[in-house]
Write a protein that binds this ligand. Sequence first.
Ligand code: DO4
Ligand code: MG
Length: 305
Amino acid sequence: MKTIRYMHPVDGSVHLGIVVGDDVYSVTDKVASWTDPVPMWQALRALQLDMRSVEERLCVGDSLSYRNLTGEGRLLPPVLAPEVWASGVTYERSRVARNAETQLQDSVYDRVYTATRPELFFKATAERLVPPGQSLKLRSDSAWMVPEPELSVIISSQGDIIGYTIGNDLSSRDIEGENPLYLPQAKIFAASCSLGPALVWCDPAVDPLAWEIEMRIERAGDTVFLGNVALTQLRRPLSELVSYLLRDNPILDGTALMTGTGIVPPDEFTLQPGDVVAIEIQAIGQLVNPISAQGTRAVAMEAGV
Ligand code: DO4
Ligand code: MG
């Protein structure tokens, strides 16, 4: 099952919808308290209801067009994630990129890539999240910034994986490269994280390790970067990343954990205002975010949405 959160075209109210092809069926119209996947997931689990039969019952009546909701800038992050955490150096490509950018002689990155304990760090709060289609913003004090396309898991407070979405861990390579202790400044700033466009619910039939991530960066209509990676290249099991996050660290239902990047553009590449970053995992969809400078208004706001 695939769900999105969106602002209703008529009154702007927040809805949770199930996506079937181009049709979006509002679940909120049928169960008013379900504007977010987490209460729905909890209710289905408590009642031991089969997701598929629930989907069949809910996907009836009026629907909206997914393409139109996306085009009109009405999508919201697919879950109201109270916190977003992230993982680092979980792919060989990330280890190589960190070694290239760091000014340290003795690489902490080689060590963390093979260590038992993964690198996990805090990335964003719900208020800091940029919805699909809206602008991520470059730090004004960095000259070397890249998007990081990452499979992201949505988890319950108990550590159950509720579902999967796409994350963009927009990062500064020169700030982290100067000193790894600057990591929070390289990672956390206004409009540095986006999640979306949809949530694919955890299900025995869904195998994220069979997926591939593709990232395309466009500048003035030209593709200036295209790369992809298979999820089989992720060095650590998803359950391992989740279990380390929960060690002595209470989290709330709906927390997002980004699982690290396996795609890094060449070292000479940096993002510029006006670039558009599109990250695709076929089963989930395409997370598209324009890039702008700090201090500029979000694209959807400019469009008057
Ligand atoms: O240590 C740096 C973080 C690297 C990261 O965010 C990633 O590998 O995705
Ligand atoms: Mg990352």
